[in-house]
Design a protein around this ligand. Structure first.
Ligand code: NAD
Length: 481
């Protein structure tokens, strides 16, 4: 069994101040695969103190030097990317193909996009011709606390750590206790890249022990959080006393509007997108809204596609889906499936219990419900598992109304060949992102939501600006520049 009890603080691996072991469970086998430590408030304080001491030096480091350090992290990562894919696969259950082709490549993709955005930042710029002695300066906010979930572990670590470092902010990362191994490997890459001590720190722990201390810490200027709406609210409250900046990336309940003129592959694409990562993505298109004239055919197709999706252990090669992350998540998903049946939705594929060929591991059957009506529990709440709800609609207005009638607002999807309609819907849907006809968003596009999905924007220059303060200066001497 892997033993990784230490934390990375001030450029070195250090033992927790009070030992508190925590097993990491491989969700494919339900067996422990590693042991880590859960930190305490005192461990968190130690990391924050290291970050605070590093702040003046890191903030004063020329942007080009910070950029060079980040490029070195990328080199380390690319040399050991297979190790990263294996760590992610084991800790959270992504099958090796998915870990190799989608999960692990998140870092190089976002990191390169951040470097492009970084090169375009004007750190000090004139306000305008009307105020020749005014300057607008961008400055790092200070020590930042980064709290991440388990579902796309390196994606979320990258979207926080890399822009924080580029902006000049030393950080304390608390990865999810469910998926700490990938982050500890990442810390090795940072170490080998030679970053100055204290600039990057990692403390493992749970929400209560480390997450809440980080959120209330007087020397932490900002918390960047991705995870549940519940924890997002708790962090906002804990952070309020010190008035720190809080950026939240929370859950979602995305609608996928499929019109009668959608391309032939729209339904299949929607189902596969929903089931990807075993449904554990905040931007999953979990509500499929289908125009009445193609509804029956779409339901049949969706059932067929779901039944064709294989389920199996994460360690196996192939295009199957893996288990969900843990027992609690498995039980919650079963509860939602049960609720769907009780509330009168029509089960088209999947259902309760594990797939027949698997007798251990947190495996869920790819499940499709049809005839879901607005207001049913499975239509309202984020399930975070491979469960799709299909809802019929008659008019565009009705589709918009159903799509927008949710506490969430992360990503919505539209499938139609009518360009004018797509453009109308792109503006009418209440969400941070709208993706249409299967086109994913381009490099450097901001990721984030509105309402209960949080109000952060990660990626590209927006993702770097979250870590910067804007300073307005008058009386600037341009001759002395
Ligand atoms: P969570 O919000 O409990 O955990 C996410 C991170 O926050 C972890 O690092 C955790 O230790 C930390 N945390 C938890 N409570 C905290 C607190 N009070 N203060 C500070 N930090 C705290 O999420 P989870 O239990 O891993 O998953 C539960 C639900 O969260 C899922 O069912 C899903 O709905 C949602 N979720 C959303 C996303 C997303 O990307 N939007 C990702 C993961 C989970």
């Amino acid at each position: 069994m892997i033993e990784k009890r230490d934390f990375y603080i001030n450029g070195a691996w250090v033992a927790p101040l009070t030992p508190r072991d925590c097993e990491v469970i491989d969700p494919s086998t339900e067996e422990p695969c590693a042991v880590i430590s859960l930190g305490s408030a005192a461990d968190c304080d130690r990391a924050v103190a290291a970050a605070k001491a590093a702040f003046p030096g890191w903030a004063a480091t020329p942007p080009a030097t910070r950029r060079a350090y980040v490029a070195k992290i990328l080199e380390q990562y690319e040399a050991r990317v297979e190790e990263m894919a294996k760590a992610i696969s084991m800790e959270m259950g992504a099958p090796m193909d998915l870990a190799r082709n989608s999960q692990a490549p998140c870092l190089p993709w976002h990191l390169k996009n951040f470097l492009t955005a970084f090169d375009e930042i004007e750190w000090v710029r004139p306000l305008g011709d009307h105020a020749p002695n005014d300057r607008i300066a961008l400055e790092p906010i200070g020590v930042v606390g980064l709290i991440t979930p388990w579902n796309w572990p390196m994606n979320q670590v990258t979207l926080k750590v890399i822009p924080a470092l580029l902006a000049g902010c030393p950080c304390v990362l608390k990865p999810s206790e469910e998926s700490p191994l990938s982050s500890m490997l990442f810390a090795e890459f940072v170490h080998d890249a030679g970053l100055p001590p204290g600039v990057f720190n990692l403390v493992n722990g749970d929400g209560m022990g480390v997450g809440s201390r980080l959120s209330e810490h007087p020397d932490v200027e900002m918390i960047s959080f991705t995870g549940s709406t519940r924890a997002g609210k708790a962090i906002s409250k804990a952070a309020a006393e010190t008035l720190k900046r809080v950026t939240l990336e929370l859950g979602g309940k995305g609608a996928n509007l499929i019109f009668a003129d959608a391309d032939d592959r729209a339904v299949e694409r929607g189902v596969r997108h929903m089931m990807n990562n075993t449904g554990q993505s905040c931007n999953a298109p979990s509500r499929m809204l289908v125009e009445r004239s193609i509804y029956d055919a779409a339901v049949e197709k969706a059932g067929e596609v779901a039944r064709s999706i294989a389920v199996g252990p994460a360690s196996e090669e192939g295009h199957h889906i893996g288990p969900v992350v843990n027992k609690r998540q498995w039980e919650q998903i079963q509860g939602y499936i049960q609720k769907g049946i009780e509330e009168g939705a029509r089960l088209v594929a999947g259902g309760l219990g594990r797939p027949e060929h698997l007798n251990r591991g947190y495996f869920v059957k790819p499940t499709v419900f049809a005839d879901v009506t607005p207001g049913m529990t499975i239509e309202r709440e984020e399930i975070f598992g491979p469960v799709l709800s299909i809802i019929p609609f008659d008019t565009e207005e009705e589709a918009i109304r159903i799509a927008n009638d949710t506490p969430y607002g992360l990503t919505n999807y539209v499938q139609s060949q009518d360009g004018a309609r797509r453009n109308r819907l792109a503006r009418a849907l209440r969400s941070g992102m709208v993706e249409m006809n299967g086109k994913s968003r381009g490099a450097g596009s901001p990721f984030g939501g509105i309402k209960a999905s949080g109000r952060a924007r990660e990626g590209g220059h927006w993702g770097i600006e979250e870590f910067l303060e804007v300073k307005a200066i008058s009386g600037w001497d341009s001759a002395a520049e």
